[in-house]
Design a protein around this ligand. Structure first.
Ligand code: NAD
Ligand code: ZN
Ligand code: ZN
Length: 370
């Protein structure tokens, strides 16, 4: 079938919206008619060409939600009409990592996904017979895509898809870090560095876990105001003084949990140093640029702090994304307040410009029903 899609033709250039060919789903694959897709930093990072693991041409996008149109042979868990959220982090339940129960980092289809292909090593996307690579196993800046069954989470049909799509990456990453990876304990003091989509997700997650005090730190007053609406009890402007300020506010000990959601390694260091001696957990969620390292004075570890990290917030996608969407439907998470701009697929480059200017939390591409 023919679908409109936003293609990254060359690094550093605007995406080109055009018609491409999409093949039928093969064994274990599902064809999804996309209805909404958030724009995430990883899309922009890959498009810029700065990411050494990026490739072009490809169809970008990984924060998608849509409706199953057809399924390939052997697909038992999804049927046409099901509402799904796309997962760049799949859950096969069979690989050594999934079976351990200790991590959400499924290794079943990793190599092919990183190379831009579906698990059988081929692409369903093409142009004039030439294969076009998939991005993060998703390629959701398109009217439709084909994805592995293990990379789709079936969610409630009650959830509007333009809200559900935020659970495909940024929002779940922050929520999961606070609720599953750390996890935050009741009555504790939490510091969240960065109040973008990911940091705000961590603020919400900390609130849902019953944190006693949630300090949000950002450079933008506007974002701090949003953090307050979502449960931050204190909001501070960031800077080199923050560690000292946390110590002053915690009788010299530090915070029980800290989360880093800026991607800046200097802020990561602050997150480690602001964590409480004895038991503080510092959770790294932001993605640093390739080659950058996190400096930690070992004394911080000897005296009991723990440093953690999480991809996709530690969320086991197929199992836990539907549960998080239920919390949204129950009124626990105000997802609508994160959607700042609604764009058409044709306006995709405008979405990147908005993100570049830090205008709004999330721009969402809305796609017509058929
Ligand atoms: N681990 C994962 O699986 C995963 C998934 C999605 C995103 N991420 C990463 O999470 C990070 C945050 O993503 P986002 O979409 O929320 O980004 P964002 O750019 O919207 O938010 C980052 C925020 O950090 C703030 N900031 C900058 N410098 C600061 C400082 N010194 N102190 C405090 N705040 C500061 C900015 O003002 C901004 O509001 C990025 O690095 C992104 O790549 C990770
Ligand atoms: Zn993302
Ligand atoms: Zn697995």
């Amino acid at each position: 079938m023919k679908v409109r899609a936003a293609v990254l033709e060359r690094f550093g250039e605007p995406l080109v919206v055009q018609e491409v060919d999409l093949g039928e789903p093969k064994r274990g694959e599902v064809l999804v008619r996309l209805r909404a897709c958030g724009i995430c930093h990883t899309d922009m990072y890959s498009a810029s060409g700065v990411d050494p693991s990026g490739y072009a041409p490809c169809v970008l996008g990984h924060e998608g939600a849509g409706v199953v149109e057809s399924v390939g042979e052997g697909v038992a868990s999804l049927r046409p009409g099901d509402h799904v959220v796309t997962l760049f982090s799949p859950q096969c339940d069979e690989c050594v990592n999934c079976r351990s129960g200790k991590t959400n980092i499924c290794v079943a289809i990793r190599e092919q996904q990183n190379a831009g292909y579906l698990p059988d090593g081929t692409a369903r996307l093409s142009r004039e017979g030439e294969p076009l690579r998939h991005f993060m196993g998703c390629s959701t800046f398109a009217e439709a895509t084909v994805m592995p069954e293990i990379a789709l989470a079936k969610v409630s049909e009650q959830a509007p898809l333009e809200a559900a799509c935020l659970f495909a990456c940024g929002l779940s990453t922050g929520l999961g870090a606070a609720m599953f990876r750390a996890p935050v304990e009741q009555g504790t003091t939490v510091v969240v560095f960065g109040a973008g989509m990911v940091g705000l997700g961590a603020v919400v997650g900390a609130r849902l876990q019953g944190a006693g005090r949630i300090i949000a730190v950002d450079m933008s007053e506007q974002r701090l105001e949003l953090a307050r609406q979502h449960g931050a009890t204190d909001t501070w402007i960031g800077g080199s003084h923050v560690v000292e300020q946390v110590l002053e506010e915690t009788e010299g000990f530090g915070a029980d949990f800290t989360f880093e959601a800026t991607g800046n390694v200097a802020v990561m260091r602050q997150a480690v140093e602001a964590a409480r001696m004895g038991w503080g957990k510092a959770c790294m969620v932001g993605v640093a640029a390739k080659g950058e390292t996190l400096d930690i004075v070992p004394r911080y570890l000897i005296t009991g702090r723990q440093v953690l990290g999480a991809s996709f917030g530690g969320v086991k996608g197929r199992q836990q994304v539907p549960e998080l969407v239920e919390r949204y439907l129950a009124g626990d998470i105000d997802v609508e307040s994160f959607i700042s701009h609604r764009l058409t697929l044709e306006q995709i480059n405008q979405g990147f410009e908005l993100m570049h200017r830090q205008d709004g939390i999330r721009s969402v591409i809305e796609l017509p029903a058929s």
